[in-house]
Design a protein around this ligand. Structure first.
Ligand SMILES: NC(=O)C1=CN([C@@H]2O[C@H](COP(=O)(O)OP(=O)(O)OC[C@H]3O[C@@H](n4cnc5c(N)ncnc54)[C@H](OP(=O)(O)O)[C@@H]3O)[C@@H](O)[C@H]2O)[C@@H](O)CC1
Ligand SMILES: Nc1ncnc2c1ncn2[C@@H]1O[C@H](COP(=O)(O)OP(=O)(O)O)[C@@H](O)[C@H]1O
Ligand SMILES: [K+]
Length: 469
């Protein structure tokens, strides 16, 4: 019953089509659908047993294989001596689910909503194809209104797996147990916000290595014993019209690993910390310093002709560049033409992504499609940030767990940009840097506690670094 040892499903985030293909491949290789359902159901049942701790359990079963999993779970719990019953408004429609129901020894009813302390939702999984109505909707409304502990099996039953769209009563779960691989909905807003703690049950699927994956915590190297400030990375932050944003970014960058951070500005910055070198003069000449390992341009830049000139100067320097904020409103195909875009990265929020897509004539139905198309068309590494950040670069697509919602404060994007640019200055790999930045930003927010300011967040990043050393 144990999954095969060559399972490569850990971390993959799949569409329904990819999931069905992986299951089909397993069956072609000789593992029956029944066997897969046993692995999925038993794996999930072990979690349910652990979480229920002897409390009464009710399993809601739908007509497809998600319902089939439900019968396997109920059977396992019943045989383990846990008080469990099943509600199934409709009989199973697939052969495998029928077999699961036939072998289930737990009591089954077709109507009502039994009082229980723990509820396991197996009405629909990734096969949900339309609005949930009738008896199924009524069950989900009851579930929404109970105070019991709620567990979703594979995906919550009113959530469309690929889009995260809500196709029925919207409710919050305490635990969501994904089967075989993560689905996109697990990491897309608003769906991911209602799933509670998420766990993955391995059922031994062999999944293509280039599939999108859930980002794993980075391992950050301390400076080498023979490091000096330049070898650790010199980051140039290009300032513009508004002084606050680049200062915030620089504050974060100084605490993210770069050995030296300079603010390139024609203004004086009396509020700048003593450790931050502020340098005026001709930007193109300053950026020609070969010791500069990376450039950050965009926070507080402005969007006028002068700002565009600075963007141009940064690009002409031929160094790795992170573009954020105002720079994302200025970037266009003409600016990057002929350059090495593999060293360029962007960190747009939804609005900035829309702006970039317009500038580069890109269409896409969802955030992931738009981010992927932007990367494919330009070669630029893209972090489409937000509560559900998605990173697309030459190493593929990365999804992330949600960071603290306290990050929804003005200036936190400048902090993220500072962290990411600092990491680029350290090792020169934009995708790795952006992935590290999302983790550091999120961890810094945990450390900063509630209602922090962007400045406080920036000054917490070095403590966050400690978690990844
Ligand atoms: N395949 C495998 O190897 C494994 C799969 N596994 C499990 O199977 C799940 C996927 O199973 P699935 O494809 O059978 O789909 P599922 O989510 O149960 O629902 C489809 C059923 O519901 C129906 N239906 C849809 N929408 C509806 C609506 N709004 N209102 C009413 N009915 C609606 C639809 O009927 P139809 O559209 O034909 O009318 C069909 O009968 C997956 O999430 C995982 O839990 C694991 O056991 C591991 C092995
Ligand atoms: N609700 C939220 N939950 C988690 N992270 C969030 C949330 N809202 C915003 N963030 C994060 O906070 C940052 C906000 O950046 P941005 O929108 O550029 O703000 P600003 O322009 O004010 O700096 C991004 O890194 C984003 O991922
Ligand atoms: K479900």
């Amino acid at each position: 019953m144990a999954p095969s040892s060559n399972s490569r499903s850990a971390g993959a985030v799949l569409t329904v089509e990819q999931m069905a293909a992986a299951e089909h491949a397993a069956m072609v290789s000789g593992v029956s659908e029944w066997e897969l359902m046993q692995r999925a159901g038993e794996g999930a049942a072990r979690w349910v047993a652990r979480m229920s701790g002897g409390r009464t359990v009710s399993v809601l079963c739908g007509p497809g294989n998600n319902g089939g999993d439900g019968y396997v779970i109920a059977d396992f719990l019943y045989r383990s001596g846990i008080p469990v019953s099943v509600v199934a408004p409709k009989p199973p429609a697939t052969d495998t689910a029928k077999k699961a129901r036939e072998t289930c020894v737990a009591p089954i009813s077709s109507d009502g909503f039994p009082a229980a302390e723990v509820y396991v939702d197996c009405l629909f999984g990734y096969g949900l194809s339309r609005q949930v109505e009738g008896a199924f909707a009524t069950l989900l409304e009851h579930l929404r209104d109970t105070t019991g502990y709620k567990i979703a099996i594979d995906v919550p039953s009113s959530i469309a797996s690929d889009t995260g769209e809500n196709l029925g009563p919207s409710l919050y779960y305490d635990l969501t147990i994904a089967l075989g691989a993560w689905k996109r909905a697990h990491f897309i807003m608003p769906a991911m916000a209602g799933m509670g703690v998420k766990r993955l049950v391995d059922i031994g699927l062999d999944i293509a290595e280039d599939a999108p994956v859930l980002s794993a915590a980075p391992q950050i190297e301390p400076p080498a014993p023979d490091s000096h400030k330049y070898r650790r990375g010199l980051l140039a932050v290009v300032a513009g019209e508004m002084p606050g944003a680049p200062l915030l970014a620089a504050e974060a960058a100084m605490r993210s690993g770069a050995g030296y951070v300079k603010l390139l500005s024609e203004h004086s910055h009396p509020d700048a910390p003593a450790e931050l070198v502020v340098e005026g003069g001709d930007l193109a000449a300053t950026l020609s310093d070969e010791r500069i390992a990376a450039v950050l341009v965009g926070p507080g830049l402005g969007r006028d002709a002068k700002a565009r000139g600075k963007l141009s100067a940064a690009l002409d320097a031929g160094k790795p560049i992170l573009f954020d904020a105002d720079a994302l409103h200025l970037l266009d195909p003409a600016l990057i033409e002929g350059g090495d875009t593999s060293q360029l990265a962007v960190t747009p929020h939804e609005g900035e992504l829309a702006q970039l897509c317009a500038a580069f004539s890109i269409e896409g139905e969802s955030k992931i499609e738009r981010a992927r198309a932007l990367h494919e068309k330009t070669g630029i590494t893209v972090l489409a940030k937000g509560p559900d950040s998605i990173l697309v670069g030459s190493k593929g697509v990365r999804f992330f767990n949600r960071g603290p919602s306290w990050l929804s404060a003005a200036g936190t994007g400048d902090v993220l940009a500072g962290i990411a640019a600092s990491r680029i200055a350290v090792h020169g790999d934009p995708q790795r840097a952006l992935e590290e930045a999302v983790w550091l930003h999120s961890e810094a927010a945990h450390i900063a506690g509630p209602a922090f300011t962007a400045g406080e967040l920036a000054r917490t990043v070095n403590q966050a670094l400690e978690c990844f050393l």
